[in-house]
Design a protein around this ligand. Structure first.
Ligand code: DSN
Length: 431
């Protein structure tokens, strides 16, 4: 990193400080993880210089032979990992992947049905401030008072609103989904079924959660959460099928498959040039995820999350839905007389990173919230087991019990430091 240090010392210093923050803080944001050095090396490669609009073998630029190799490897590995017919690895993010789904399946004003953001859904599943809620008619299902989705209620709602598309997936729902039941509802009302597996993708790849690919017509994901790849998105189709909208290929008059509609929606529909350096890094991450070590890692992520929920419960906290099936835990702080915002700030001061989060039926705004969301993917990458999680929750409890006590914060910071140094993360500044 000598070049950067001398050419741009301010950026170099920011990176150095971020490395230190990641090394010595407890990272519990449920959507984050730590990539391998190999993933970082691919991401920092000269592929960032290359334009490669189009798909392997069908590019709009010359000089794409090595970009083709990288993208073909990424596609082939992703298909093996998720046992599916087709993938597009070009979406720059989960939001871009989701935008391509809307472009392929809906016209402006069409109705779709998704999980309410206030009940754990995602911005791109119809929030009024997102394009998905601005351009389309978003309707929602939610969770029940017990924090679980009731499929009978989803069915009632679908029959009432007759959506063209039903989405599954969440950013703050700790339970697994019944994809078969969702598909039966979609078939009953004549809707396409789309699963956004951004959060649990790694656990699904490892075979530890239900598999959406056999049931959802379309699946999207990010690649950087439990999947532990570079920041990016992807679209998958389990079994390709003729698109139900009758859209035809321009020259042949042939009805295109769903995969072809989605390819066109990504480029030229939503994006320009793909990020070839990120695609190369996705290929590296997918190969890592195909190894038995990744299954062991994912199993530990799940065990750590279960342990985290149990320790919170044993310390008198309310855990939404009473536990977790995946990598995340949503804690309702209303009984503790604090808010998500205040808890996030207090924990930040102790070098423990979480995010404030709405809980179902929250009476506070998204800027305040009644909950915090925590995940175990990142700390598990650095080697945490159940006993470390128990210690982590004890530290969180200490802070939340006495958030204004500087001596408590001082002690917790020291404990966080020693917990982190017991599990070293990055011993380098750049790949
Ligand atoms: N922002 C991500 C999360 O934290 O869940 C989802 O896009």
């Amino acid at each position: 990193m000598n070049h950067l240090a001398s050419q741009d010392p301010r950026i170099f210093a920011a990176i150095e400080r971020e490395v230190d923050r990641q090394n010595h803080g407890l990272e519990l944001i449920a959507s984050e993880n730590f990539v391998s050095r190999s993933v970082m090396q691919a991401m920092g490669s000269v592929f960032t210089n290359k334009y490669a609009e189009g798909l392997p073998g069908r590019r709009y630029y010359g000089g794409c032979e090595f970009a083709d190799t990288a993208e073909d490897l990424a596609r082939e590995r992703a298909k093996r990992l998720f046992k599916c017919d087709w993938v597009n690895v070009q979406p720059h993010s989960g939001a871009s992947a989701n935008a391509a789904v809307y472009l392929s399946c809906l016209n402006p004003g069409d109705t779709f049905l998704g999980l309410d953001l206030a009940h754990g859904g995602h911005l791109t599943h119809g929030s009024p401030v997102n394009f998905s809620g601005i351009w389309f008619k978003a309707t929602y299902y939610g969770v029940e008072q017990d924090g679980h989705i009731d499929m009978n209620r989803v069915r009632e709602k679908a029959k009432a609103v007759r959506p063209k598309l039903i989405s599954i997936g969440a950013s703050a729902y700790s339970r697994d989904f019944d994809y078969e039941a969702f598909r039966a509802i979609a078939d009953e009302v004549g809707a396409l079924l789309w699963m956004d597996m951004a959060h649990p993708a790694g656990l699904i790849a490892a075979g530890l959660l239900n598999d959406p690919l056999p049931y959802a017509h379309i699946v999207t994901t990010t690649t950087h959460k439990t999947l532990r790849g570079p920041r990016g998105g992807m679209i998958l189709v389990g079994r390709d099928f003729e698109n139900p909208f009758g859209k035809v290929a321009r020259k042949s008059g042939r009805v295109r498959n769903m995969s072809e509609l989605l390819d066109s929606a990504v480029f030229p529909g939503m994006q320009g040039g793909p990020l070839v350096h990120v695609i190369a890094a996705k290929a590296v991450a997918f190969e890592e995820a195909l190894q038995p070590e990744f299954v062991a890692y994912s199993r530990q992520v799940q065990r750590n999350a279960a342990a985290m929920a149990n320790v919170f419960l044993s310390r008198g906290y309310d855990v939404v839905s009473g536990g977790t099936d995946n990598h995340l835990v949503l804690v309702d702080l209303r009984s503790k007389n604090t808010t998500g915002r205040d808890a996030e700030r207090a924990l930040q001061a102790a070098h423990i990173t979480v995010n404030k989060n709405m809980v179902p039926f929250d009476d506070k705004s998204p800027f305040v919230t009644s909950g915090i969301r925590l995940g175990t993917a990142a700390v598990t990458t650095r080697g945490f087991k159940e006993a470390d999680i128990e210690r982590t929750v004890a530290l969180i409890d200490n802070v939340l019990s006495m958030p204004n006590d500087e001596s408590v914060l001082h002690q917790v910071r020291k404990d966080v430091y020693s917990l982190c140094t017991a599990y070293p993360l990055y011993d380098f500044v750049i790949a």
